[in-house]
Ligand binder design. Structure first.
Ligand SMILES: Nc1nc2c(ncn2[C@@H]2O[C@H](COP(=O)(O)OP(=O)(O)O)[C@@H](O)[C@H]2O)c(=O)[nH]1
Ligand SMILES: [Mg+2]
Length: 325
């Protein structure tokens, strides 16, 4: 049984190598952003995925943890955008040279104030927000000064095309209600329906903390259904996984610091094989946020100029006529 799991793990890692491809054959790493409420397991996901392809043991790359029921001062560990590139988390020599994805860990996104949140997500998806940007500060800026000011302040002047997001993984805690407002904002920014923005990004979902719930309970089934509906993934359940992260609850003695846990890894490997698949494409991948922003500004300027010219004509004409008569 244990041997079977080890073999499956090995096969899934080989499959993932094929799916992501080699950098020297022109394949570029995809940027995958993780979004979810604070404490849902985003950072743990990054560490679990990294462990799933490691030869030796689990490591903590993205700082995870919570204050539990205590009165810690930090209510969430990550408020800045942090990117984890393959060169940081791929430790196995057999996996060098492959275009494993860059994972982007963010937090500080609010489940409410949808308009501001949607615009922050849009800036992020188009690669405009720099690494280490404090999402809470962006939000406060939008709330205090308005969305237009926030856009002009945080638009990146020399952002690289390679910072754009290619995949979105929405993470939901299986023990808590689904953050439907937040998911709605994600969907609006990722799959725009209007004509202004047309870049569309594939969205996936993962439910964590499955060890804490009774999967056969009606409450869990309803929650999963709500999650799939919010993500518009009803009927495509292969794009939604339910996993248990490497954590104290399943590994109270921290044996993970000396080994990997193959039965935990399988879930992440299967999921990442789907997420990284080249069958999922970003539509209009080269669309630029800045170009749209400046086009809008140009049109606004032209509108204002026309109004000023009309006002001058309307005010000046009677004076001119009066002087002439
Ligand atoms: N029992 C259990 N705990 C988890 C799981 N995933 C994460 N945790 C715990 O939940 C807390 C918050 O996780 P973290 O990854 O920091 O969440 P983030 O704020 O979304 O990055 C930590 O104490 C983790 O150990 C899981 O699958 N099961
Ligand atoms: Mg975190």
């Amino acid at each position: 049984m244990e041997e079977d799991i080890r073999n499956e793990r090995k096969n899934l890692i080989s499959k993932l190598k094929g799916v992501v491809g080699r950098s020297d054959e022109g394949r570029c790493p995809r940027n995958i952003v993780l979004i979810g409420s604070p404490g849902c397991g985003k950072s743990s996901f990054i560490n679990s995925y990294a462990a799933s392809i490691a030869d030796d043991y689990w490591r903590e790359y993205a700082f995870s943890g919570g204050k539990g029921s205590g009165k810690g001062t930090a209510d969430q560990i990550t408020v800045r955008i942090k990117r984890f590139e393959a060169k940081e988390y791929v430790t196995s020599s057999r996996l060098q040279g492959y275009a494993f994805p860059t994972l982007v860990d963010i937090s500080g996104i609010q489940d409410g104030e949808c308009e501001i949140t949607e615009e922050i997500l849009r800036l992020l998806f188009y690669g405009e927000l720099k690494d280490n940007t404090n999402i809470r500060s962006v939000f406060t800026c939008g709330k205090n000064n308005g969305i237009q000011y926030m856009r002009s302040k945080y638009i990146g002047w020399n952002t690289k095309n390679s910072n754009k997001v290619h995949r979105i993984i929405v993470v939901a805690n299986a023990m808590e209600p689904i953050p439907q407002n937040l998911i709605q904002c994600v969907m609006k920014a990722a799959r725009p329906t209007g004509d202004k923005y047309t870049r569309e990004i594939p969205v996936f979902g993962i439910m964590t903390k499955i060890d804490q719930v009774d999967e056969s309970s009606q409450e869990f089934k309803n929650r999963k259904q709500t999650f799939m509906e919010a993500l518009s993934l009803v009927g495509v359940s292969h794009r939604v996984a339910q996993c248990v992260n490497y954590c104290d609850t399943i590994d109270p003695m921290s044996t993970r610091t000396n080994q990997t846990l193959p039965d935990v890894d399988i879930c992440f490997l299967r999921f990442m094989n789907v997420v990284c698949g080249s069958n999922y494409v970003v539509s209009n991948p080269d669309e630029s946020y800045r170009s749209i922003y400046f086009k809008e500004k140009r049109q606004e300027f032209q509108r204002k100029m026309i109004i000023i010219i009309l006002a001058i004509i309307m005010l000046g004409l009677p004076c001119l006529l009066a002087a002439y008569i």
